[in-house]
Ligand binder design. Structure first.
Ligand code: GRF
Length: 216
């Protein structure tokens, strides 16, 4: 744009939006929290596609309500995990995705996927890692008898829930907590820290140094 009076060039500072792809398998409450944070202008990013291995995932409906492109990819059509992931990557590349967000995605990613998007895949886990990895973390926490549990956002590496930790939030485990009540408490915190971690990524403020993620 040129100022007609002085002929000076104005530099219009545009917000650079990060292209986000989200993988889901279920109800999608974390997806919902992320969408809402984007709608509120808190995240300099845009969800370009939501993909699922489950055609009935309610998360797909949530995305459609916001006119976000969705794709269901049936695992049965592929001979192994890597071939399936290659199909997903094809779509991520078409959409020029720069950050892959796993939000209740129930499949383990192949090493090929992880190498292709090295340090660009995030996951949320409903426990304070490295405790209670894998499935049913809230049940594991109650049965173990811990007094504190919580949630963790981390980058995804080739291990199970083992990548560098971005953010964590603790919740108290009370005497009368059950797996369900603890899950509910943790979920509330998940909805706070996942959008926040994505916001930090989109602002280029996450620096990975070995196992540590520094927030600039
Ligand atoms: C959350 O508990 C998350 O920590 C775990 O899967 C669940 C997904 O819930 N990875 P939702 O589909 O986002 O509601």
């Amino acid at each position: 744009m040129t100022d007609l009076m002085s002929g000076t060039k104005w530099v219009i500072k545009e917000k650079v939006m990060v292209n986000i792809g989200v993988l889901v398998s279920g109800r999608g409450t974390n997806l919902q929290a992320i969408i809402e944070a984007i709608e509120e202008g808190k995240i300099a990013g845009e969800i370009k596609v939501v993909m699922s291995d489950n055609p009935d995932a309610y998360a797909l409906k949530r995305a459609q309500q916001y006119h976000i492109a969705t794709r269901y990819i049936n695992f049965k059509g592929f001979k192994n995990r890597e071939d399936y992931d290659k199909e997903i990557i094809k779509i991520l590349e078409e959409k020029k995705i720069e950050l892959v967000v796993l939000a209740g995605y129930m499949r383990i990613l192949s090493p090929y996927f992880i190498r292709t998007y090295q340090n660009k895949i995030m996951n949320i886990h409903p426990a304070l890692l490295p405790s209670f990895i894998g499935l049913h973390s809230q049940k594991q926490a109650v049965e173990y008898g811990v007094k504190i549990s919580g949630c963790t956002v981390h980058f995804v590496d080739e291990g199970i829930d083992s990548g560098p930790i971005i953010l964590q939030k603790a919740v108290e485990v009370c005497d009368d907590d059950t797996e369900e009540s603890l899950a509910e408490k943790i979920l509330e915190e998940e909805h706070q820290i996942y959008p926040r971690a994505i916001q930090l990524f989109c602002e280029g403020r996450l620096v990975i140094k070995g196992r540590r993620v520094l927030i600039k």
